[in-house]
Design a protein around this ligand. Structure first.
Ligand code: 3HC
Ligand code: NAI
Length: 703
């Protein structure tokens, strides 16, 4: 028997334990091993029932994602064939689901006649997050078990549901009393089934899955969802597969599912989303830091400044059960901050996401103070005061005096030099940047800014604590804007320049949203505050002073107090939440073009796409070359999670690879020569991009 399976026979019951750590991903070898163990049990007359389980408890996280895009994905025995064979065994097969059954793991369980979970088990079909649909019977067997509509909702949401809900829906037949009794109770179940001569496959709960659906359900569902799905392929394929489950016999439905699955698997969208999956796991690995480096213990956190960011940052920690001391300069500001936090929680109560008791428990973990002495035992302090170097340095000097040795001192600065902040204390090795994104309690991204002196265990500890509070942490070196905002600069510069050359904000935004970005750059600037971005530019003036057209329209809008959504006018005019193109902005652009001697013309969508996106990409490649980003995929994560770049394009670096690096370089060179002095100044291909193209490389990597 393969080392991937533990097989034992006990008094008529065969136990088939999957052992491919860490999550029993169903690689070709594991599929073959499961099949052969099941055949052995099927052929053994002594075996009356079979229990499939995870040898270490955890059942199965699905198909091996690393095999997709390679021949191994469909190599014999394929997952659908393996599961078909299991469903044909003429003895009861029971899935004993420890911890989780996801994707192909749940499909494996669905191919069994019976399913037992343990308290805390999570089940789901998250394939949609990978641009896929369940491809081993999930879209056919689940509707026959729980009805088409429930199955559709589960598959389209990719949601992982808990054991109790799975039992109520009919996915699990039984729940073990405790996780440690799962196998024993699965065995009891098996013996009951043997005793009652239960059929190998019980009758389908919903042999006609669409029975309760109104006429035209699928057509109207499609119509309602189309706009939400934008240009994503997978949801459309899911719908087609579930519709097939309602129309076709099982075998034909499975064949239809497989063909739709192969279409999804071969799509660039799925390729991109699989890239994102592995990128997220890779982001936590830091070169030259051993995974077993001892970490500092973080039991108490302090946050300085109870404003927009400080409040949100504090919420993250109390949500994870970590006590937080929130420090302000004055009582009124502290009260305001605490009230705002409570208000945010109350919104969650109204939405049914938290109970009133949970809110009280969280508020109890939060202690306001005006006295730095109370921070003496904090393990991690995060500063979120005004964005002024003198103020931050002053705060850090105070922290240096009051904090215990070994406390990690972090700054949430978005644009100041973390090394300069570190220089203000006697322990720069303990200083790090933790750049949360707004709203800090919601946004998943956290840029972890490693200073020159930051100690390895400080970095490793902050990465671990980020995971504990549910953030996706990406390491950045120190530079103006770190990874995300530094790339935002050329992107935003190009967009603004295009307005002077003849485009309108709505035209530019439309090109970007049609590509799949959550928001166009001008809607985003209006949301962030045109004035806020102006101040950031002022702080970075040295880099841009030689170009008088640089974000000029944003500067003028700031002077006109058109600060964006908050003032009802910015790049657009707002009536309530409604956004409208504003002729005044177009007139302003015309006036500035004249003043700056920029000739206006009709700008085509392709030019908008190439100039905005390729300048963004070029800056990303430069950041990689400078070592600010550790890897191209980290840059992708920053832009997907912090700036609404579509995950199904894989982030800007992956998108560039898909378009072809040669095309990106050629376009930059073209605008360099076509846009005169402006092109000469800004359209400078990153040296790394030139080197990659010259060497015929198709992937963006340091080279
Ligand atoms: N295939 C290959 N590798 C997988 C995997 C999978 N399905 N699921 C997890 N892994 C790997 C991860 O890459 C990681 O490897 P690393 O240590 O080398 O980086 C390791 O397992 C542990 O994963 P995590 O770091 O994510 O561990 P967590 O404990 O945080 O999360 C998990 C575990 C909830 C299982 C999470 O990994 C997950 O969500 N996995 C993906 C589940 C999924 O999407 N399944 C569907 C696959 S597609 C499919 O089944 C198609 C079918 O319908 C035909
Ligand atoms: P804010 O103005 O809402 O809050 C700052 C708070 O700090 C105020 O409540 C103020 O009373 C308090 N404060 C000022 N000096 C203090 C001191 N010496 N001691 C204690 N408290 C003091 O500002 P916001 O937006 O929360 O920004 C805070 C920091 O976060 C800044 O460095 C900013 O650049 C950064 N940041 C802001 C983001 C945003 O979108 N607002 C995003 C990411 C980072």
């Amino acid at each position: 028997m393969s080392e991937l399976i533990q097989y034992r026979l006990e008094d008529g019951v065969a136990f088939v334990g999957l052992c491919r750590a860490p999550v029993n991903a169903l690689s070709q070898r594991l599929r073959a091993a499961i099949l052969s163990a099941c055949e052995r049990a099927a052929a053994d007359a002594e075996v009356k029932a079979i229990i499939l389980h995870g040898a270490d408890g955890l059942f199965c996280a699905g198909a091996d994602i690393a095999e997709f895009g390679t021949d191994a994905a469909f190599a014999e025995p394929s997952l659908p064939d393996t599961l078909m064979r299991i469903s044909e065994i003429d003895k009861p097969v029971i899935a004993a689901i420890g911890k989780l059954a996801l994707g192909g793991g749940l499909e494996l369980a669905l191919a069994c006649g019976y399913r037992v979970g343990e308290p805390g088990t999570r089940v789901g079909l998250p394939e949609i997050n990978l641009g896929l649909l369940p491809g081993a019977g999930g879209t056919q067997r689940l509707p026959r078990l729980i009805g088409a509509e429930s199955a559709l909702n589960l598959i389209l949401s990719g949601e992982q549901i808990d054991a109790e809900r799975a039992r109520l829906l009919g996915i699990l037949d039984r729940l073990a009393s405790e996780a440690k009794h799962l196998l024993d109770e699965a065995e009891t179940y098996a013996r009951e089934l043997i005793a009652m001569s239960a059929p190998a496959l019980p009758p389908e709960h919903c042999p006609r899955p669409a029975e309760d659906l109104p006429d035209g359900f699928f057509a109207s569902f499609r119509e309602r969802q189309e706009s939400l799905w934008k240009n994503r392929l997978a949801p459309r394929l899911v719908l087609a597969a579930v519709e097939a489950a309602c129309l076709l016999p099982l075998r034909e439905g499975l064949a239809r599912e497989l063909s739709l699955f192969k279409q999804a698997e071969a799509s660039s969208q799925s390729q991109a989303l699989r890239h994102v999956f592995f990128a997220e796991r890779e982001a936590g690995r830091i070169p030259n830091i051993a995974p077993d480096l001892p970490l500092r213990s973080i039991r108490k956190v302090a946050v300085i400044g109870a404003g927009t960011m400080g409040g949100g940052i504090a919420m993250n920690f109390v949500n994870a059960g970590i006590p937080v001391m929130l420090l302000e300069q004055q009582g009124a500001a502290l009260d305001r901050g605490l009230t705002m936090i409570r208000k945010n929680y109350e919104i969650s109560v109204k939405r049914g996401k938290l109970s009133a008791d949970q809110v009280e428990a969280r508020m109890e973990l939060l202690h306001g103070t005006l006295d730095y002495a109370e921070l003496a035992d904090a393990d991690l302090v995060i500063e979120a005061v005004f964005e002024k170097m003198e103020i931050k340095q002053q705060v850090f000097r105070t922290l240096d005096r009051v904090c215990k040795p070994g406390a990690i001192l972090a700054t949430n600065t978005s644009s100041l030099d973390v090394d300069a902040i570190a220089m203000s204390v006697s322990r720069p090795q303990d200083v790090i940047g933790l750049h949360f994104f707004s709203p800090a309690n919601v946004m998943r991204l956290l840029e972890v800014v490693r200073g020159k002196a930051t100690a390895p265990d400080v970095l490793a500890t902050t990465m671990a604590i980020a995971k504990r509070i549910g953030k996706l942490a990406v390491v950045s070196g120190v530079c103006f804007g770190f990874i995300g905002n530094r790339m935002l600069e050329p992107y935003s510069r190009e967009a603004q320049r295009l307005l002077l050359e003849g485009a309108t904000p709505a035209q530019v935004d439309k090109v970007l949203t049609e590509l799949g970005l959550n928001m166009g750059i001008f809607s985003m600037q209006d949301l962030a505050g045109v004035d806020v971005l102006y101040l950031i530019r002022q702080a970075n003036q040295a880099a841009t002073a030689h170009d008088e057209s640089y974000c000029r329209i944003g500067d003028e809008l700031t002077v006109l107090k058109r600060h964006g959504q908050k003032s009802g006018r910015g790049f657009y005019r707002y009536e309530g939440r409604e956004r409208q193109e504003d002729p005044e902005v177009v007139a302003l652009a015309e006036r500035l073009s004249q003043e700056l001697n920029i000739s206006r013309r009709a700008v085509c969508d392709e030019e908008i796409h190439d100039r905005c996106l390729f300048m963004l990409i070029n800056e990303g490649i430069q950041l990689l070359d400078e070592g600010i980003a550790l890897r191209a995929s980290d840059i992708d994560l920053v832009w997907i999670n912090g700036y609404g770049f579509p995950a199904h394009l894989g982030g800007p670096m992956h998108y560039a690879e898909q378009l072809g690096l040669e095309r990106v370089l050629a376009s930059i060179q073209r605008y360099r020569s076509e846009l005169g002095a402006y092109g000469e100044m800004w359209f400078q291909p990153a040296p790394l991009l030139k080197r990659l193209v010259a060497a015929g490389k198709t992937r963006i990597e340091r080279f």
